[in-house]
Every structure is written in structure tokens, then in C-alpha cells.
Design a protein. Structure first.
Length: 133
């Protein structure tokens, strides 16, 4: 016999979107974050608890991998076509790296927490309310 959490443990597009937008993965109305990278203890709309999350450094690793591959590819392209001087590349690609990293970090953390919530990781299974989407 499977528990309701296990039978409903498919990470959906709705979960991904809610996490990326910083919305409660349960109701979609409340806020997932209380500060830039601080997860709220609970949803202010439905009361779902989020203190169970253990995103730790995983969102940062994902952002580093994505931004790193993108920027390295762009730098290699710029070097191959000799489009810019070295100082121009530094002036373009260093701020671009920092900006992309800051823009992607919060949505990535939201998606990771929504994933943990959906599959019932780290204590979410005991406290989570099952809803239908």
C-alpha cells in the first residue's frame, strides 16, 4: 500500500513554476521567501510549513554549472572570432556572470524547495497537506 505522498510525488510543471516564482508550492498564493534567499517558516496564505527544507548549497551549484557553461561558451566564441579585446571581455563577462548568478539564484532555490516539498523529502512528508492541482 502506498501513502498519499508517494502516489502524488510527481514533480509537475506547476510545482516548477510556483517554486521559480517564489510562491507556495501547496496553494500558489503565499510567499515561499521572507528575504532574498531566506525561506519563510510557513506560507502566509495556507499555513504550509517550509522549515523542513534543506536546500543548502544545491541551488548555488546548479547556478554555477549553468552560468559557468554559458559564460565559458560565450568567452570561447568571443576568443574564436576575436570580437573583443581582453579588457572588453573582462568588462562584459564578469558583470554578466555576477548578474546572471544573482538573477537565477532565488528562482533556483525556490524550485529546489518545491521539489523537496513535492516528493516529501526532509520531513515534508509528515507535515505536507495533499492538494489537487
Amino acid at each position: 500500500m502506498t501513502s498519499p505522498v508517494q502516489s502524488d510525488a510527481v514533480f509537475t510543471k506547476t510545482d516548477f513554476i510556483r517554486g521559480a516564482l517564489g510562491q507556495c508550492p501547496n496553494c500558489g498564493k503565499g510567499h515561499l521567501f521572507r528575504a532574498f534567499l531566506k525561506i519563510a517558516d510557513h506560507c502566509d496564505a495556507c499555513g504550509e510549513e517550509f522549515h523542513h527544507h534543506q536546500a543548502d548549497d544545491f541551488p548555488a551549484y546548479l547556478v554555477i554549472v549553468f552560468v559557468g557553461h554559458l559564460i565559458v561558451g560565450l568567452v570561447m566564441w568571443a576568443e574564436a572570432v576575436q570580437a573583443f579585446s581582453t579588457w572588453m571581455e573582462v568588462a562584459i563577462f564578469l558583470p554578466l556572470t555576477a548578474l546572471l548568478s544573482l538573477i537565477l539564484l532565488q528562482p533556483t532555490k525556490g524550485v529546489v524547495v518545491a521539489l523537496q516539498w513535492r516528493v516529501g523529502m526532509h520531513g515534508f512528508a509528515q507535515s505536507r497537506r495533499i492538494t489537487t492541482h
